[in-house]
Design a protein around this ligand. Structure first.
Ligand SMILES: [Zn+2]
Length: 353
């Protein structure tokens, strides 16, 4: 089956005037076209703008109305203009379309280029995000396609506090976030790695890892947390927030992954989708902050190659600065994983022993 690349040139309006530039999406497509543009397994599809009804899958009418006035409550990180709001509707439309496509039977993987809104909630814009493409994708799959088990792996360097808040009480969505410890990175220490609320208790799994965490430690988390939970939960579709801000060269985070590590995460998630849910997978590739646009296109492509089981044909453009990756991070990650499993053992048989 084919993989849909959801992309529109109109995304260039998603330019926030800081590290999130509007030209980043086209820079990725330049590399994609060079490496995979003629590959028969990929099909580039242009999404449309989300309608108000699409946005209301997650957001309130009052929120949508306020956003349309361009009055931001997070003006430093998330300044609003009519162009930005239009582009946010485009990402939300792509999130909805991704679900429609993987349920259509002709495409089983969809990649939302520029997507992965993590910090926006049902009624607040935050941290570069306005409308929750991930939330709209999952709600569309549940409300319009009848799905009951959706697994979201958030492998972005930042904790997905907005995605958490949207689904904290919903046991139909298992949310796993592996992220740089929020005491050392946005969204900050107020995010205390919660495990869900009410009926959703146990369905949020946060794994905070220390700065400098490297490829092997990420694989340890996937082996210890992601794989057993995926087996037990048995998702009908997998969603992944990918991107490349976990790379050691990223300008605003402090993680230690290489492109091979980003590829390896995608590969594990792609294999899990093949084993558990007929390969149905939706990935959001949007993070990575690099003013010269050298790293993030390679990061997104590495992730996509992993997710689709292709050989990786991307060179690492930078060498790892000495002392960047800390050996002690592996021991810290093992300790964190033990704590996460203990805390969640009342909810999951795989963690009970
Ligand atoms: Zn991020």
């Amino acid at each position: 089956m084919r993989t849909a690349i959801l992309y529109s040139q109109r995304l260039r309006e998603y330019d926030l005037g800081h590290v999130l530039t509007g030209e980043r999406y086209e820079r990725f497509m330049d590399l994609f076209r060079e490496k995979l543009g003629r590959h028969p397994d990929f099909q580039v599809i242009e999404p449309g703008y989300a309608t108000d009804d699409d946005l209301k899958l997650v957001h309130s009418e009052e929120y949508i109305t306020r956003i349309e006035t361009c009055q931001s409550r997070d003006p430093h990180d998330t300044p609003l203009s009519h162009g930005v709001v239009r582009a946010a509707r485009l990402l939300a439309g792509a999130g909805k379309l991704a679900g429609d496509l993987v349920q259509s039977g002709t495409i089983n993987k969809a990649i939302v280029i520029g997507g992965g809104v993590q910090h926006a909630g049902r009624d607040h814009e935050k941290g570069f995000g306005i409308f929750s493409d991930v939330g709209i994708c999952a709600e569309n799959l549940m409300q319009n396609h009848g799905l009951e088990r959706i697994m979201v792996l958030d492998a972005d360097a930042h904790a997905g506090d907005g995605i958490y808040a949207i689904f904290a009480g919903d046991p139909r969505v298992l949310f796993i976030s592996i992220h740089q410890d929020p005491r050392t990175l946005y969204p900050g220490p107020d995010y205390t790695n919660p495990i869900g609320l009410a009926k959703g208790l146990g369905y949020s799994v946060n794994v905070p890892v220390p700065p400098g965490t490297s490829d092997s430690a990420y694989q340890y988390v996937l082996d210890s947390i992601f794989a057993p939970l995926a087996q037990e939960f048995s998702p009908q579709v997998l969603l992944m927030v990918g991107g490349s801000d976990t790379h050691f060269s990223d300008q605003i985070t402090h993680m230690g992954l290489t492109l091979k590590g980003i590829y390896a995460i995608g590969k594990r998630v792609g294999q899990a989708a093949e084993e558990l849910c007929e390969g149905k997978l939706i990935a959001f590739e949007g993070s990575g902050y690099d003013p010269r646009a050298i790293l993030f296109p390679r990061g997104w492509l590495s992730s996509i190659c992993g997710l689709t089981g292709m050989e990786m044909d991307v060179e690492e453009p930078y060498s790892i600065p000495s002392g960047h990756r800390r050996d002690s991070a592996v021991a810290e990650v093992k300790e964190t994983v033990k704590g996460v499993k203990d805390r969640l053992s009342p909810y999951w048989r795989c963690f009970a022993s």
